[in-house]
Unconditional design. Structure first.
Length: 216
């Protein structure tokens, strides 16, 4: 590779942050990621098989931040696959569906997974998705905020369908991680994420389609 091209590629970002999206199947993780990275929305979406990821570069406080966002399957049968992806994560977005109380009730299970598999001190935020289904709401905003406060993390409600607070949610998590870097490290150009970059498992044929308002 041409040395000038290599230098150019190296200077495309200052920090590389690995971010995980976790939560029950059907809470809208894939739709949030699609809306954030591709500015798109699909009414029907295939369930994620294992793990998928997308990359987006943003600017924060004059720094170029490359977010490597991993969308993990919420189904129990993929737990062995997805648990390995917690390693090396800098931030975790825990997502539930405001119109399905059981997805909120399962938050402690997801928090336990983070505490079991992720690096100590990983940054987390709580996201209550699907405010477009507010007329079917089963989890109050206050309940979400209280759970987040008890577990020492920020909270935000979103709608992938309406593009409500989607960018704000990802920016919130990126800012948390970026602040942590500034507080704990000297001028380090980028994180090294190991061999996880090329291990994404894509959704394939044979999966049931769900409404994106209810996708995983």
């Amino acid at each position: 590779m041409d040395s000038d091209l290599l230098v150019d590629l190296q200077l495309q970002y200052d920090y590389l942050f690995k971010v995980l999206m976790i939560g029950d199947s059907g809470v809208g993780k894939s739709c949030l990621l699609l809306r954030y990275v591709d500015f798109a929305h699909r009414e029907a979406y295939l369930n994620t098989i294992g793990v998928d990821f997308k990359i987006k570069t943003i600017k924060l406080n004059g720094k170029r931040i490359r977010l490597q966002v991993w969308d993990t399957a919420g189904q129990e049968r993929f737990k062995t696959i997805t648990s390995s992806y917690y390693r090396g994560a800098h931030g975790v977005m825990i997502v539930y569906d405001i119109a399905r109380k059981e997805t909120f009730s399962n938050l402690n299970k997801w928090l336990n997974e983070v505490e079991t598999y992720a690096n100590q001190g990983v940054l987390m935020i709580l996201v209550g998705n699907k405010t477009d289904l507010n007329s079917h709401r089963q989890v109050s905003t206050e309940s979400g905020a209280e759970w987040a406060a008890r577990n020492d993390m920020p909270f935000i409600e979103t709608s992938a369908k309406d593009s409500f607070n989607v960018t704000e949610a990802f920016t919130m998590l990126a800012e948390l991680v970026n602040k942590h870097v500034k507080d704990t490290q000297t001028e380090q150009r980028a994180f090294v994420l190991g061999d996880n970059l090329d291990r994404g498992i894509r959704a394939g044929d044979g999966n049931e389609k769900e409404k994106c308002g209810c996708s995983n």
